[in-house]
Design a protein around this ligand. Structure first.
Ligand SMILES: Nc1c(C(=O)O)ncn1[C@@H]1O[C@H](COP(=O)(O)O)[C@@H](O)[C@H]1O
Length: 175
């Protein structure tokens, strides 16, 4: 299957965070490619990647970078595809530098920014983008949400059993 999502990052050191996006796409059996594409260190290749992404068949790009994270915004400036930016936290500033670099885009060039290190959500957002034009994938996303709901309900049940069991009485309100 040819890739429909591009996962790119400023350095291979971002992979431990960016892997979360790949795993989310794996769960939905979405074909993706991964690469290091740095706006700062390889600007010509970065422009070429962005300019060719749509014609190569990609439907969205997930771009992660740390520090002065210009990669997602620069890619968004040369492709009509949706770009999802992942702020990667580094040793200093806890990812705030990266978050603000990615989220504060000028009007006209949007980047859908997820939370610091939120690569899993970037992957899931990409799945939703594809699902907008794919009914079967939309059903799978609905099932996924139902699973989350069931798990949260189960957590509530377990917590109530633990607390009410320890106290020896019910607090009411629980089912
Ligand atoms: N923010 C950017 C860009 C860019 O935005 O073009 N290129 C690399 N980087 C970031 O530099 C950090 C340190 O990289 P190294 O670990 O290679 O020194 C990484 O988090 C990378 O995303």
């Amino acid at each position: 299957m040819s890739p429909v999502i591009g996962i790119v990052m400023g350095s291979d050191s971002d992979w431990p965070v960016m892997e979360g996006a790949a795993k989310a796409l794996d769960e939905f059996e979405i074909a993706y490619e991964v690469d290091v594409v740095s706006a700062h260190r390889m600007p010509r290749e970065m422009i070429a990647y962005g300019e060719q992404a749509a014609e190569r068949g990609l439907k969205a790009i997930i771009a992660g970078a740390g520090g002065a994270a210009h990669l997602p915004g620069m890619l968004a400036s040369v492709t009509p595809l949706p770009v999802i930016g992942v702020p990667v936290p580094l040793k200093y500033l806890d990812g705030m530098d990266s978050l603000l670099s990615i989220v504060q885009m000028p009007a006209g060039v949007p980047v859908a920014t997820v939370s610091v290190a939120g690569a899993r959500n970037a992957g899931l957002l990409a799945v939703r983008m594809l699902a907008a034009h794919d009914e079967e994938l939309r059903h799978r996303m609905t099932d996924f949400l139902q699973d989350l709901n069931d798990q949260a309900t189960e957590k509530g049940k377990r917590l109530r059993a633990k607390v009410e069991g320890a106290a020896g009485f019910g607090f009411g309100g629980g089912k």
